[in-house]
Design a protein around this ligand. Structure first.
Ligand code: SAM
Ligand code: SF4
Length: 476
């Protein structure tokens, strides 16, 4: 299908398709069998805080031998440790509605799936769900919608405002991100005005012929409209965007290259990369129809994450509960910055009792990490990761925080770690089980000591005391 700017009222010529299949294939072909020296040079470039170009990314992708893969994994781990430290940001997805006019063959929400019971949460149901999430300690949400006329920009903006308005006990939602269909420029302006954080649109597969095979009907058929969607977001003034590919639809090597190309495109046109990259793997869904040949195994998945970490060192990487607890635990150290916790996908399931839960709709796809938020936080603390619900940058208008974390010397020490400590303090005071509380304080003490900054320590302790005395939402 030809892309036509007129059709979508696009006036900015930057909104042109930018994925060149031949270019990506050539890079992958030309960089086969890289030497150890070359791979080491590229890793060193990344550790020196430089984004990799497409040729370098292709070289890492072609580094297949176990020794070279180990080098890449170690490089990614070192980068994550050196630059980002041990913080992991936590969030929860909330499915608002599964009506959908598209027919994506991999998704349980697709229009041809007659087994799916269609439902959109009512406003009181949304409030109930959010109250249940707040009762668990969640502060950051991503609202998810099928693609349907009912889920228009005004409705999305309405649900975002609704979410921000729910306050239960000491709970509140401080950041609402969106995963929904691509919008036109005016639509992005409408959701932007509701105060959203990140708008995510995953391209699913960047390989246009494969995209055509999986998207047979509905507006999502239009590859280019989707590809340029986040350019329209930028044009609307919404510069906080998340990209992603659904791994398992086409060759993972191609998709990793395309994600890096997409990142370069943003940097070249808007001087800012995407806020986050997501890399879901296809999971079981009701009536799933995908070819076996592109399914990504666990070893390949670890390589994907390590390569992305090195290739785009200042972009947040999101890993979801589609993965098992075991896989999540393994890959977190290679550069993941955000995970969801306590995830449930059936509409209405956060507030449902156990009995009610059995009667809920089948979810869009299977999740494999069914641990509660409390369990995940306890395990993160046990492994000496610092759980964070921080939303400070977004609240203070400091957009591009991943870039700042990466490029501004001392930013993490000055802002991110203290804010993670403060949000963990809130969690320990308000929601944690007694056995987690003690471990949590010990971790916080260790983190404060590691900062090695007496003045900052005083400031953090002052704020922690205020939290213990009932104040909330304190940050640097
Ligand atoms: N309807 C919107 C769209 O398609 O962009 C947003 C919601 S859709 C439910 C969110 C994402 O779920 C999709 O972009 C896709 O990557 C992912 N997804 C769909 N089916 C999946 C499956 N079987 N396994 C894993 N992820 C899946
Ligand atoms: Fe609908 Fe999105 Fe699922 Fe496609 S992936 S069927 S657009 S909900």
């Amino acid at each position: 299908m030809k892309f036509s700017p007129e059709k979508y009222k696009i006036k900015d010529e930057r909104m042109q398709p930018f994925i060149d299949i031949e270019e990506i294939e050539n890079f992958l072909e030309e960089t086969k069998n890289p030497s150890e020296e070359e791979v080491k040079r590229i890793i060193a470039k990344s550790l020196d805080k430089n984004r990799l170009n497409l040729r370098e990314t292709a070289t890492l992708i072609n580094a297949n031998s176990p020794d070279l893969v180990t080098l890449i994994k170690n490089g990614a781990r070192e980068l994550k440790e050196k630059v980002y430290g041990n913080r992991i940001v936590l969030f929860a997805p909330l499915y608002i509605g599964n009506k959908c006019k598209n027919n994506c063959l991999y998704c349980g929400f697709r229009s041809s799936n007659k087994d799916a019971q269609r439902k959109t949460l009512t406003d009181p149901e949304i409030v109930k769900e959010i109250e249940a999430l707040e009762d668990n300690g969640q502060k950051r949400l991503i609202l998810v919608y099928g693609e349907h006329d009912a889920y228009n920009p005004e409705y999305i903006a309405h649900t975002v405002r609704l979410a921000y308005g729910v306050k239960k006990g000491r709970g509140e939602i401080r950041r609402v991100n969106i995963n929904a269909a691509p919008l036109d420029i005016e639509g992005f302006r409408t959701v932007q005005r509701a105060g959203i954080g990140t708008y995510q649109v995953f391209q699913e597969t960047y390989h246009e012929p494969s995209y055509a095979k999986y998207h047979l009907a509905g507006p999502k058929k239009d590859y280019n409209f989707r590809l340029t969607s986040l350019d329209r977001a930028q044009e609307a003034g919404l510069d906080d965007v998340g990209i992603g590919a659904l791994f398992g639809l086409y060759d993972w090597k191609f998709e990793v290259m395309a994600l890096v190309r997409h990142t370069n495109h943003f940097e070249a046109c808007y001087n800012v990369g995407p806020h986050t990259i997501s890399f879901p793997r296809i999971k079981d869904a009701s009536g799933l129809k995908v070819e076996e040949k592109y399914i990504v195994n666990d070893d390949e998945f670890v390589r994907i994450i390590a390569i992305l970490r090195l290739a785009v060192p200042y972009t947040g990487l999101i890993l979801t509960a589609r993965e098992t607890a075991q896989v999540r635990d393994e890959v977190i150290s290679f550069g993941v910055s955000q995970i969801d916790g306590g995830t449930k996908l059936e509409l209405g399931s956060y507030s449902a009792s156990q009995n009610e839960e059995q009667n809920l709709n089948k979810e869009q796809f299977a999740i494999n990490d069914t641990r509660s938020l409390g369990e995940i936080i306890e395990e993160l603390i046990d492994k000496q990761f610092l759980p964070s619900f921080c939303t400070a940058c977004y609240r203070l208008g400091r957009t591009g925080e991943h870039f700042m974390e990466f490029s501004v010397p001392g930013f993490i020490k000055r802002f991110c770690t203290p804010n993670a400590i403060l949000t963990l303090t809130e969690y320990l005071v308000d929601y944690a089980k007694p056995e987690v509380v003690q471990k949590g304080w010990e971790l916080i003490e260790k983190e404060i000591k590691n900062l090695n900054d007496p003045k900052l320590e005083v400031q953090i302790r002052e704020k922690m005391d205020k939290i213990k005395n009932g104040e909330r939402d304190l940050y640097f």
